[in-house]
Design a protein around this ligand. Structure first.
Ligand code: C2E
Ligand code: CA
Ligand code: CA
Length: 374
C-alpha cells in the first residue's frame, strides 16, 4: 500500500506527458520529455517537498524519503542501458553525499572507472605479493623494553613506488578487497613470528582491522585457522580497531570483540579521542589497550587542552584497569611529559619510524645494546 501511495504522489509531482514507472522493489523511474537539467532538478525538489507529509498506512504515520539520480538524454547516454547505468551512478553518489538528488557528472564517472582500474591493480598486488609489511615498535615507558610492534602495510607499485596505506585502504574497503588484504597482513605477521620464535625473539605483532573486517562473519574462524597453521603462541597476534569503528555499531562490535578476546587475542582501541565513545561502552569493551590518537600527543606540549585530554584519558583508562599507548611520540619532550603522566607504552618516530620487517631484528639488537630510547 505504501508503494502504491508513493507512486500516486509521484504521478501528482510529474503529470503527463511525464511517465512514472515502478522498476523493482522500492525503485521508481520518471521519464520527463522535452526538458533539460533545470526542469529535472526542479522536479526532484518538488518530489522532496511532496514527501514531507507522512504516509498514513494502517493508522500509522510513516515518514518516507527518496534519493534521486538524474541523467539527461542524449548528453549522458543514447541507449536505455547507458541512461539507466548513469542514473544509478548518480543515485549512488547522492546517497554517499547524503543529498536528496544528484545530476550525473561524466567527470565523476571517469573518476569511478579510474578507481575500478586501481581496484584491479590492488587485487593483483595482493595476489602477486606486491604488498610489504612495515613494523613500528612499541616501548614500555617504565622499563624501556620493546613490548611489541604494529604492522603497517605498504604497496610496492611498479611505477608509483611505495604507496602509503592512506592512499589505498579506503579503496580496499569500498571494493571488498580489504578482506584478502587483511588476511595477507595477518598471515605475514604470523609467518614472521614463526621465524622469530625459531630465533628466540618472538614479539606480539598488532594488525589493524577495518569496519568491513568486523562485518566478516568468517573473521574469527579465519584467524583461528591461520593461527593453527602457523603455530602461533597465545598473545603474539594483537588486533587494533579504531574507536569510530567500534562506536559506529557498538553492540555489534562488542560481540565480535568478545569472540576475538575468547581466542586469546589482545585488543587495542586505535585513534582514541577522535570518535565519540560512550563511557558506558568503554567500560564494557574487552580490550587491554587504548591508543591515544597522535593528534593529541603532537599538540600536548603546546596546547593545554590537548594536555588535559591526554592526562584525563590516561587516568580514566587506568581507573578502568586498562593500559594506555601514546602514538605519535616524536620528541624527547613528548616522551618526558607522557612518562610524567604515567602513560604505559609509547610508539612514534622518537623511538623508531616504521621499517621493513626484515630490518627489524637488526634494529632490535641495536636498541637493546644501546639500552635506551632516543
Ligand atoms: P594508524 O593505525 O593510526 O597507524 C599509525 C600511523 O602513524 C602510521 O602511518 C605510522 O607510520 C604513523 N606514525 C607513527 N609514529 C608517528 C610519529 O611519531 N609521528 C607521525 N606524524 N606519524 C607517526 P601509516 O603507516 O601511513 O598508516 C596510516 C594508517 O593506515 C594507519 O593508521 C591505519 O589506520 C591504516 N593502516 C595501515 N596498515 C593497515 C592495515 O594493514 N590494515 C588496515 N585496515 N589499515 C591499515
Ligand atoms: Ca593502528
Ligand atoms: Ca592510530
Amino acid at each position: 500500500q505504501l508503494l502504491r501511495e508513493f507512486g500516486q504522489r509521484l504521478c501528482v509531482a510529474a503529470p503527463a506527458p511525464a511517465v512514472v514507472a515502478r522498476l523493482r522493489g522500492d525503485e521508481f523511474a520518471i521519464l520527463l520529455p522535452n526538458s533539460g537539467a533545470s526542469e529535472a532538478i526542479e522536479l526532484a525538489k518538488r518530489i522532496e517537498i511532496m514527501l514531507v507529509q507522512p504516509f498514513a498506512i494502517a493508522d500509522i504515520a510513516l515518514d518516507v524519503s527518496a534519493t534521486i539520480g538524474l541523467a539527461l538524454f542524449p548528453e549522458h547516454g543514447e541507449t536505455p542501458h547507458d541512461l539507466f547505468r548513469h542514473v544509478d551512478s548518480a543515485l549512488n553518489l547522492a546517497k554517499k553525499r547524503g543529498s536528496s538528488y544528484y545530476l550525473f557528472d561524466p567527470v565523476q564517472s571517469k573518476d569511478q572507472s579510474r578507481r575500478l582500474n586501481a581496484a584491479g591493480e590492488l587485487r593483483r598486488a595482493i595476489e602477486g605479493g606486491d604488498l610489504l609489511l612495515y613494523l613500528q615498535p612499541k616501548v614500555n615507558m617504565r622499563t624501556g623494553a620493546v613490548q611489541g610492534v604494529e604492522g603497517l602495510v605498504r604497496w610496492k607499485h611498479a611505477e608509483r613506488g611505495l604507496i602509503p596505506p592512506v592512499e589505498f585502504i579506503g579503496l580496499a574497503e569500498h571494493t571488498g578487497l580489504i578482506r584478502p588484504l587483511t588476511e595477507w597482513v595477518i598471515e605475514t605477521a604470523l609467518r614472521l613470528n614463526q621465524a622469530w620464535a625459531g630465533q628466540g625473539c618472538a614479539l606480539p605483532i598488532a594488525v589493524n582491522l577495518s569496519a568491513r573486517n568486523l562485518r566478516d562473519e568468517k573473521l574469527v574462524e579465519k584467524i583461528r585457522n591461520l593461527k593453527t597453521i602457523w603455530g602461533t603462541a597465545a598473545g603474539l597476534l594483537e588486533l587494533e580497531i579504531t574507536e569510530s569503528t567500534v562506536m559506529d555499531d557498538a553492540e555489534y562490535a562488542l560481540n565480535v570483540l568478545r569472540c576475538l578476546r575468547e581466542e586469546g587475542i589482545p585488543l587495542a582501541i586505535d585513534d582514541f579521542g577522535t570518535g565519540y565513545s560512550s563511557l558506558t561502552y568503554l567500560q564494557r569493551l574487552p580490550v587491554e589497550y587504548i591508543k591515544i590518537d597522535q593528534s593529541f600527543v603532537r599538540d600536548m606540549t603546546a596546547n593545554k587542552a590537548s594536555l588535559a585530554i591526554v592526562r584525563s584519558t590516561i587516568d580514566l583508562v587506568h581507573d578502568l584497569g586498562r593500559k594506555t599507548v601514546a602514538e605519535g611520540v616524536e620528541t624527547q619532550a613528548h616522551w618526558d611529559q607522557l612518562a610524567a603522566l604515567g602513560c604505559d607504552i609509547a610508539q612514534g618516530y622518537w623511538i623508531a619510524r616504521p621499517m621493513p620487517s626484515e630490518r627489524f631484528p637488526d634494529w632490535l639488537a641495536q636498541y637493546r645494546a644501546r639500552g635506551s630510547v632516543g
